[in-house]
Write a protein that binds this ligand. Structure first.
Ligand code: ZN
Length: 120
């Protein structure tokens, strides 16, 4: 029997992992509580100099809200699957469909000519 969290070998009948303290649940219990795979989506906002350069709000599935300042990097946990991600700054709004199948990295910057947010 192995720890479901860290993989350490457990003494038969042990309730807790001696290495990480994880409760050694029954296998069927573990499968029940295991939701979709969670990945990390990293948003990197390029540092840009403007007279006014407020934070961009990032709304995931119109529910979880984050904010990112110029030059900042944030990491957002997201379940595997497709998510609607909205970037908001003042009256500007950009919505993308983000398919999460692994850890991702998105780069954000303002297009200096069009004033729109570029996400790639
Ligand atoms: Zn463990």
């Amino acid at each position: 029997m192995f720890c479901p969290k860290c993989g350490a070998q457990l003494v038969p009948g042990a309730r807790f992992c001696p290495k990480c303290g994880q409760e050694a649940g029954a296998p069927e219990q573990a499968a029940e509580t295991a939701g979709p795979q969670i990945y990390t989506v990293t948003f990197i906002r390029e540092k840009q100099w403007f007279a006014i350069n407020p934070a961009v709000k990032i709304l995931v599935d119109e529910r979880d809200e984050y904010r990112i300042d110029s030059g900042e990097t944030i990491r957002v946990p997201m379940a595997a699957g497709v998510h609607g991600v909205t970037f908001k700054c003042g009256i500007r709004n950009k919505v993308i469909q983000l398919e999460v199948r692994s850890d991702l990295c998105l780069n954000l910057k303002w297009n200096r000519l069009t004033g729109s947010l570029v996400v790639k």
